[in-house]
Write a protein that binds this ligand. Structure first.
Ligand SMILES: [Zn+2]
Length: 175
């Protein structure tokens, strides 16, 4: 079932306790979120110019983006069972982890350049930049597990942007 059909089906569903209905609502929320997020990502990354640090520069879009993105990372983290959320302490730690991963992945995706060489890979003394080993990309902080989850989320962000570009291209193709 496509998105439009699901949307219509959910509107027609009269039983609020129906699991299928809730499933449809989830699908709609996810699709709506993905749609908004894609265009927001595009606006923040390209329209707002260079962003050296997260939370600086044009922060309106960025704040909104971080809020939506954090909600999405929490959802993904739970779906993928990054951590067991058994005890209250676990749930608290899990929330902190989701937030760190959300903030770091967004910051890295927006501007992941090595600060030592500004992404050139060459140091001021014309040597290969030591901190990034000439790659020009910044390191992602955090332990191995957290770092991997952050990288996963960075590629999810990239995927969302590509999907947004794909949809925009599709709409253009109709004219
Ligand atoms: Zn460097």
């Amino acid at each position: 079932m496509g998105f439009a059909e699901k949307f219509v089906a959910s509107l027609q569903s009269s039983n609020l306790r129906d699991d299928a209905f809730h499933h449809d609502l989830d699908a709609i929320a996810a699709a709506a979120l993905a749609g908004d997020l894609g265009s927001l990502l595009c606006r923040v990354k390209y329209a707002d110019g260079t962003i050296n640090k997260l939370f600086e520069g044009n922060s309106g879009n960025l704040t909104q983006l971080l809020r939506i993105w954090t909600a999405r990372v929490i959802q993904k983290g739970r779906e993928r069972k990054w951590v067991e959320e058994g005890a209250a302490w676990d749930a608290h730690a899990a929330q902190a982890l989701y937030r760190r991963v959300a903030e770091r992945s967004l910051a890295y995706w927006l501007d992941g350049k090595c600060t030592n060489c500004s992404g050139t890979g060459i140091s001021s003394s014309r040597q290969i930049c030591a901190p990034c080993k000439g790659i020009g990309r910044a390191e992602i902080n955090g332990g191995g597990f957290e770092r991997e989850r952050t990288l996963d989320m960075v590629s999810d962000l990239e995927g969302l942007l590509q999907a947004h570009h794909g949809r925009a291209a599709g709409r253009l193709g109709q004219f």
